[in-house]
Design a protein around this ligand. Structure first.
Ligand code: ATP
Ligand code: MG
Length: 335
């Protein structure tokens, strides 16, 4: 089946004192109806920048410099602007922002924001819209009337996240993008929000993208995983296979780090070494080489392309995939 969203060769740069530096480089990714895709990677790997690109909403001083993002029924969103772009947001693509980006307006009740949303999309039946929002609320275990009458500070983190999902879906978007939906929540609310995401995803046959730095969250909810490092998608494939037999050394390290975190929260560190910043990303060669336990001379010279090394398994690495040890974490890199 053709994809709901097709990202092709997407590069997004931020303008800095050192010139335009890439936060996302030549990314390719498809989102399909009925499928939850997880986008995972450390802080700063470019996840939010990629996700915001789907709305063509990368903030200044950033911009999409190459590539296309084709959305079914809309066309290439990277070519949209103004009114057409605003209408696409919400009606085709529902987006729940990372908490720090604050999509909810603190000065307006959720209900007022709902009406603003409806008006900006020329919804004539505002009463119908309110009823639909209430209905979505009820299905998520929220008192719809109360939520619509509330300001965001009157809602708990979990309720706020659910209200965000209601606003993202109320215009019948077929694509749902959630940026760190559970990061600010305690474990119980995390589980509840993930259940809700799974429920609405199934009920509305959505193409869903869950963005998170938390391998535990995505491995639980996503059928497919895309692993991001330094602005590159370094590996993607079906979740179970990717976890059972990770192919990229970064994926192996990330899974190893998650296992340590589950085992001992106090001592765990994400990964040895430091994630790259934008200036190191502009160098040639593989972005992961400084932290890679199996780096080779070629990795200094050439950025490995994402290739299908086994059916439906993609990775960007020069090492021979048949030589990588299945399921083991990469050896720690000496500091
Ligand atoms: P996190 O897990 O912390 O949310 P992320 O994977 O979502 O991280 P992004 O927020 O997309 O990462 O950032 C990717 C890179 O782009 C980082 O190096 C970040 O410093 C840089 N960046 C993000 N926003 C800007 C900006 N407005 N100006 C300059 N650089 C930026
Ligand atoms: Mg982010």
């Amino acid at each position: 089946p053709s994809a709901e969203v097709s990202i092709r060769d997407l590069t997004v740069v931020y303008r800095t004192d050192h010139g335009d530096l890439p936060a996302v480089s030549h990314a390719n990714l498809d989102l399909h109806a009925g499928q939850i895709t997880g986008l995972v990677g450390e802080s700063g790997s470019g996840k939010s920048t990629l996700a915001l690109s789907l709305l063509n909403a990368v903030p200044e001083p950033g911009r999409i410099s190459t590539g296309s993002i084709h959305v079914a029924g809309v066309g290439d969103v990277t070519r949209l602007s103004g009114r057409r772009l605003r209408r696409t947001r919400g009606s085709a693509l529902g987006y729940v922002f990372q908490a720090s980006q604050n999509s909810l307006n603190p000065l307006k009740t959720i209900g007022r924001q709902l009406l603003d949303l409806g008006r900006s999309h020329d919804v004539e039946d505002l009463r119908g819209l309110v009823n639909r929002a209430k209905d979505l609320c009820e299905r998520m275990g929220l008192d719809g009337t109360r939520v619509l009458d509330s300001y965001q500070h009157e809602l708990s983190g979990g309720m706020r996240q659910r209200a965000g999902i209601v606003l993202a879906l109320v215009l019948n978007a077929k694509v749902l993008i959630l940026d760190e939906p559970t990061t600010a929540l305690d474990m119980i609310s995390q589980a509840a929000v993930l259940d809700i995401v799974r429920g609405v995803h199934r009920e509305h046959d959505l193409a869903t993208l869950v963005v998170t730095h938390d391998m535990g969250v995505v491995s639980e909810i996503a059928e497919r995983l895309a692993v991001m490092y330094g602005g590159r998608i370094v590996e993607h494939g079906p979740t179970t296979e990717l976890l059972r037999r990770p192919s990229h050394p970064y994926t192996r390290a990330l899974i190893g780090a998650t296992a340590r975190i589950v085992g001992d929260t106090g001592l765990a560190r994400a990964l040895p070494g430091r994630p790259p910043d934008l200036t190191t990303l502009a160098r040639r060669g593989c972005v992961f080489r400084d932290r890679c336990p199996i780096a080779m001379p070629v990795c200094e010279e050439t950025d490995p392309a994402l290739t299908e090394w086994a059916p439906d398994r993609y990775r960007a690495c020069h090492a021979d995939p048949t030589h990588s040890t299945p399921g083991t974490a990469a050896a720690p890199v000496p500091a």
